[in-house]
Design a protein around this ligand. Structure first.
Ligand code: F6R
Length: 366
């Protein structure tokens, strides 16, 4: 039930501290912080020695896949490719028995993702899924499944499933990094200790919900948005744009921030707001200069920044503040205000957020 919440989507956004926690602690020993994936043992060797990992997925789960690409390549140094399942399955891709094909799916039933897995399996690849539904088709058919424990997701727009997927992928990357000797036990421990704080960090962001709602009031008449992010926050720009599109029917595009110059900058004017994810990392200065370029063309800016931000707050029209965490862990934190923003814009516009027009929760036909 929705309990005290007006919509399932809002309830599911607010459940994230506990769904992230449940997911983490299903794969993490609380006492010694060791990461473990049940039944992975026989596959572990294959995974550790994999020549590459190909992630196949759709929609929001595809965005979790890009986060996975960045984290796995950074920590485990295994080449990762992220593919739209629909494109992958039809283009005669090159797959070998040394490949690991990993599906990321909330439902475990998405037709294109399932077909991509079956195709890969037939080519001899090892198949792996990250699923939220126990015993779903993908979980049954894959060589190995790591579950997310987000609980049933009712709202059509995926929120808590996404952060749970990113949590699993992060733990997996750390474990692979350790097994492959690409990261030290020390780095792994410090990441794990920080990961454990994410539920309370996310909870803390909810204190800004009223502010996010008041900012949303300015954008109910807006027809188009640009979302920019860089590095590990690039997929969060895509996800912020997708959330806004699907529940508020406002056109939105997510771009890697540096790509702005290669086209989208032509669109910038007073009526086109840009959402810039500018939490502190090595790209911060570059994002500040992107913001200045937007401002110089009179484009309004909403920026997701850290609480101790010093520069973006002077450039942006509005900021959504989030606590500062390590670069690798920023996606789970940065996505929260964007979920809330799209929710509030949609509600203020009178849209049916739990059942947006034309969308199905699980796309089991092509
Ligand atoms: C977006 C959304 C969809 C799904 C996509 C994949 O909010 O819900 O884009 O992410 O249909 O679904 P799963 O993860 O069930 O394979």
């Amino acid at each position: 039930s929705k309990g005290d919440y007006e919509h399932y989507m809002l309830k599911e956004i607010f459940e994230q501290p506990s769904t992230i926690k449940n997911t983490l602690f299903s794969h993490l020993n609380l006492e010694n912080s060791n990461i473990h994936f049940e039944n992975l043992d026989e596959l572990k060797e294959k995974l550790v020695k994999a020549s590459r990992i190909i992630i196949v997925s759709c929609g929001t789960s595809w965005h979790a896949g890009i986060v996975g690409e960045y984290i796995i390549e950074e920590l485990a140094r295994i080449p990762v490719e992220v593919e739209y399942a629909s494109e992958f399955r039809y283009r005669n891709p090159i797959i070998t028995k040394d490949d690991i094909v990993m599906a990321i799916s909330q439902s475990g039933e998405t037709a294109d993702t399932l077909a991509a897995l079956r195709y890969s399996k037939a080519q001899g690849a090892t198949t792996f899924s990250i699923c939220n539904v126990f015993n779903s088709s993908m979980a049954r058919e894959c060589d190995f499944t790591a579950y997310t424990y987000a609980g049933a997701e009712i709202g059509v727009a995926s929120t808590k499933a996404f952060t749970a997927q990113v949590a699993v992928v992060s733990l997996l990357a750390i474990q692979l990094g350790l097994e492959r000797n690409e990261i030290t036990q020390e780095r792994a421990n410090s990441l794990v200790e920080e990961i454990k704080t994410l539920p309370s960090v996310v909870n803390h962001i909810f204190n800004t919900d009223e502010h996010i709602k008041s900012v949303a009031k300015n954008y109910t008449q807006t027809t188009s948005f640009l979302f920019l992010g860089r590095g590990i926050n690039f997929p969060i720009a895509l996800e912020g744009a997708l959330k806004l599109k699907e529940i508020s029917y406002i056109h939105a595009e997510g771009y890697p921030a540096a790509e702005m110059k290669h086209g989208p900058i032509a669109m910038i004017e007073e009526s086109l707001p840009t959402v810039i994810i500018a939490t502190n990392n090595e790209y911060y200065d570059k994002l500040v200069s992107n913001a200045q370029e937007v401002k110089a063309r009179k484009g309004p800016i909403i920026a997701v920044v850290n609480e101790d931000d010093s520069e973006m707050i002077h450039t942006a029209d509005f900021v959504f503040k989030v606590p500062r965490v390590s670069d690798m862990l920023q996606p789970i934190v940065a996505v929260i205000p964007l979920q809330l923003f799209s929710y509030h814009v949609a509600v203020l516009k009178g849209c049916n957020v739990d059942q947006p027009r034309n969308l199905a929760k699980s796309v089991t036909v092509e």
